[in-house]
Design a protein around this ligand. Structure first.
Ligand SMILES: Cc1cc2nc3c(=O)[nH]c(=O)nc-3n(C[C@H](O)[C@H](O)[C@H](O)COP(=O)(O)OP(=O)(O)OC[C@H]3O[C@@H](n4cnc5c(N)ncnc54)[C@H](O)[C@@H]3O)c2cc1C
Length: 388
């Protein structure tokens, strides 16, 4: 337990109906340096600033976070925020690699620039800041896989300037950083006029058919429980009248939304900081708002009168952090930063393997698609390197 001291824990050692905290953050701890981990920590810090003492955290690793601790912690909070499922994926993949003599994990390394070698006609090394030695170092590379997330990858490529690529690597067609998109997303709950078995796990309603939807606009509905109490009750097959809803909508990618180097601000390494410009259009917000009533109508048709409760106002970019599009994939070089196998057109031994390569975002969570595309690209890269 990171934020609650021992006496607090003893005092609140059993599950009570009174909640002490507004939010409990379940995560893999500060050692887990992933985007979700950072986002969750920043979220906790922000809530703590607004309402000191309102949050607590429990770290779950192999050694920390017993079932009893989780049970007690869940009972002490009104909302639970978890970030560990995705980082768990990363652990599952990295652990077996660590046993291989061909694999070396360099932690505390912040990539600054990819170095283009004019004589070799490819990227031949990566410049990075080593937080362990506090120095800038270089590592040679036959190929480079960039997976810093759509904002971080755009920044790294923008900062990788050379005589041949003065506006950044991958930016020959002026597309790097453009077409940034995110998911409009909102949370609300509805109350039914009669009880229904509480959902465990959540249920998912996919988008409307294409012929009923405006081009590129869609929403999905994830239905689940709306409180920790109902979450616990759902495990016992009990009934309830309140359903929590998460709607994820799409954005129509636009050149006007971008992640570009700032002309005025520098980052901590003296490189241009990133200027992020993104907004949801009225059409995109409208699609999410219309989808509220659509779900209530479906419930009505099923014989369950439903009234929508309060909606958490989140219809602005950045609340879901499902960015994509900044190194779009296209079959033609003039329309894309990367080719169909995630290779940067300017430097085919550099692959961008995150949601940067998405041209559009479906109304779905992005990570499994990112992983599938990355796995496919890696298979081809291994083949290319073997036959180079
Ligand atoms: C709160 C939250 C909940 C989410 N829930 C879901 C969900 O339920 N399902 C889902 O599919 N998606 C979810 N997402 C989105 C999901 O987190 C991303 O799709 C996923 O993390 C993308 O993985 P990634 O490895 O491409 O990028 P990231 O996880 O963002 O990892 C990028 C890594 O690169 C590092 N990095 C950046 N720049 C540099 C640099 N210059 N040098 C070295 N390292 C660098 C970052 O520190 C980070 O560790 C969620 C996101 C958030 C914020």
């Amino acid at each position: 337990m990171a934020n609650a001291d021992d006496s607090n824990r003893r005092q609140h050692g059993k599950m009570t109906s009174e909640t002490r905290y507004q939010a409990l953050f379940l995560g893999a701890g500060p050692q887990m340096q992933c985007g979700v981990g950072q986002f969750t920590r920043l979220l906790q810090e922000a809530i703590e600033k607004l309402d000191p003492g309102s949050c607590t955290a429990l770290t779950l690793t192999r050694r920390e976070g017993s079932v009893a601790e989780i049970w007690r912690a869940v009972g002490s909070a009104r909302s639970v925020v978890c970030n560990f499922p995705i980082v768990a994926w990363k652990r599952v993949m990295v652990r077996p690699l660590l046993r291989s003599s061909n694999f070396r994990l360099q932690t505390g390394a912040h990539a600054l620039q990819l170095h283009w070698s004019a004589s070799k006609g490819k990227v031949d090394s990566v410049l990075y800041y080593n937080w362990h030695t506090n120095s800038t170092e270089r590592i040679a590379a036959s190929a480079v896989v960039v997976a810093c997330g759509p904002l971080g990858s755009a920044k790294l490529l923008h900062n990788s300037t050379s005589n041949e690529f003065p506006h950044g690597l991958g930016n020959s067609a002026g597309l790097l950083g453009r077409f940034l998109h995110d998911h409009p997303r909102e949370w609300w709950s509805f109350r039914m006029d009669k009880p229904l078995t509480l959902l465990a796990p959540a249920a998912y309603l996919t988008r409307l058919p294409y012929n009923f939807s405006p081009p590129l606009l869609a929403t999905s509905w994830t239905l689940g429980t709306a409180s920790v109490r109902d979450k616990v009750r759902s495990r016992f097959g009990l009934k309830g009248t309140v359903v929590g809803v998460q709607i994820i909508g799409t954005m129509i990618p636009s050149e006007m939304c971008s992640a570009k180097p700032s002309s005025a601000q520098k980052d901590e390494f003296g490189l241009p900081a990133l200027d992020v410009c993104i907004r949801y259009s009225d059409a995109e917000v409208g699609a999410v708002i219309r989808s509220r009533q659509h779900l209530l109508n479906l419930m009505d048709e099923a014989g369950y009168g439903a009234t929508r409760g309060e909606t958490v106002p989140t219809l602005f970019p950045g609340t879901v952090a499902h960015y994509g599009g900044t190194a779009r994939m296209h079959a033609k070089r003039e329309y894309g930063v990367t080719d169909a196998l995630n290779r940067v057109y300017d430097a085919p031994n550099v692959l961008v393997c995150d949601a940067s390569c998405f041209t559009t975002a479906a109304e779905k969570n992005p990570t499994l698609t990112v992983m599938a595309i990355a796995a496919r690209a890696a298979t081809h890269l291994a083949h290319d390197l073997k036959h180079a």
